[in-house]
Design a protein around this ligand. Structure first.
Ligand SMILES: NC(=O)c1ccc[n+]([C@@H]2O[C@H](COP(=O)([O-])OP(=O)(O)OC[C@H]3O[C@@H](n4cnc5c(N)ncnc54)[C@H](O)[C@@H]3O)[C@@H](O)[C@H]2O)c1
Ligand SMILES: N[C@H](C(=O)O)[C@H](O)COP(=O)(O)O
Length: 338
């Protein structure tokens, strides 16, 4: 199936979180007609229907048991690809007993993308703490999908509010971050980001600003040596190869128009160095993108919002943006890593 006609797959994520309602909201907005693209929601068909109807949505879709059931798809539509829950779900209360179900959704979507039966996968949020008892060491979609794709190098980048922030490290305890920032890893990360900016955002010669790790980018070594020993040499190597990579900048003063107006993306060293700024600028309409995978995968900028599950107070803006971006990226994608 070619990428222009292949469906977009949306995994409904943690069943106790807001993923089921997000699926209902997406179906209601007729995004499939806007994009002229079939959308397939992965999840338990009864759960998605009940939770959607409970907040006044029509749950107007057809149910399939495998992607082959879609047939020729002359007109775009919305389908639910049924995957049964392991145990009944209590709204707002995740249980590790449904972790296999959550992972099955990811496996089905990822494998269908790898097998060219689908153009991209978009993920609703998962509750990581409900997966790790079943899958020790589970950190998040990014790392899980990279392993499933047999890819060791993956980059998490979020886009929103006119910003793109990529991360040198993903879901790590803070104390593990310095050791995880190596010259080889950093260089690979920057190469993946530069390539993605060219391919998906049309930047002929992308400009990437790199933060330091330590306060004031290490203050000439007084506050840490990573900038001098690792980050600056990697930047110099890439500059020598003709890339426009700048830094390391003190992270606390980098996020101002003076610098950002000249940049296509920022590379931050760790999760909570870069993402709070991005989410402050765009929470509810940002998109999380996995770069470096042989498939297109985007996601929402928020979590499972257990406090809102089962209510009508859910903003679907980030999911809409994630679907639109996946659609666009899938049109740019080839079988090489994204
Ligand atoms: N893509 C993902 O799978 C993803 C992303 C982020 C967090 N998470 C996971 O989600 C779980 C909960 O994380 P958290 O509590 O830090 O963040 P959260 O995003 O679930 O909630 C933070 C706050 O934002 C609100 N909120 C979140 N999404 C909203 C929406 N669509 N509409 C309206 N309000 C919304 C919540 O009600 C809450 O007040 C954790 O297990 C975390 O790891 C998953
Ligand atoms: N780091 C993401 C965020 O804060 O939005 C989130 O945890 C999701 O990550 P995965 O896509 O790897 O699950």
């Amino acid at each position: 199936m070619s990428t222009t006609t292949a469906p977009l797959l949306i995994t409904s994520g943690e069943p106790a979180g807001i993923g089921p309602e997000l699926c209902g909201l997406i179906a209601e907005q007729a995004l499939h007609q806007q994009l002229n693209r079939t959308l397939v929601l992965l999840g338990d068909a009864d759960l998605l229907k009940q939770r959607s109807q409970a907040i006044g949505l029509s749950a107007n879709w057809q149910i399939i048991c495998q992607l082959a059931d879609l047939g020729t798809m002359d007109h775009p539509g919305v389908y639910v690809w049924h995957h049964g829950l392991n145990v009944p779900c209590t709204t707002g209360q995740p249980t590790a007993s449904n972790a296999p179900y959550v992972l099955r959704l990811l496996d089905s979507a990822c494998d269908a993308c790898l097998g060219d039966q689908a153009a991209a996968m978009i993920t609703a949020p998962i509750q990581k703490s409900a997966i790790s008892p079943h899958w020790p060491g589970f950190m998040g979609h990014t790392e899980y999908l990279a392993a499933r794709c047999g890819q060791s190098d993956v980059v998490m980048m979020l886009a929103g509010g006119g910003l793109k922030v990529a991360l040198a490290t993903t879901h790590l305890p803070l104390q593990a971050v310095p050791a995880a920032i190596t010259a080889g890893g950093l260089r690979t990360t920057l190469e993946i980001v530069l390539k993605a900016l060219q391919r998906h955002w049309g930047c002929a010669k992308p400009t990437v600003l790199v933060t330091g790790l330590n306060p004031h980018a290490g203050e000439s070594g007084d506050l840490g040596m990573e900038e001098i020993q690792v980050i600056r040499p990697v930047i110099e190597t890439l500059v020598a190869q003709g890339h426009d990579v700048r830094g390391p900048y003190p992270a606390d003063t980098l996020f101002q128009p003076k610098y950002l107006n000249e940049a296509d993306a920022v590379l931050a060293m760790y999760h909570d160095q870069g993402l709070p700024v991005l989410k402050f600028a765009s929470f509810g309409e940002g998109v999380n993108i996995s770069l470096g995978l042989p498939i297109v995968r985007t996601s929402v900028d928020h979590g499972t919002a257990l406090d809102l599950a089962g209510t009508a107070h859910i903003n679907s803006g980030s999911m809409v943006e994630a679907i639109k971006l996946a659609h666009t990226m899938s049109l740019n994608a080839t079988r090489t890593p994204t």
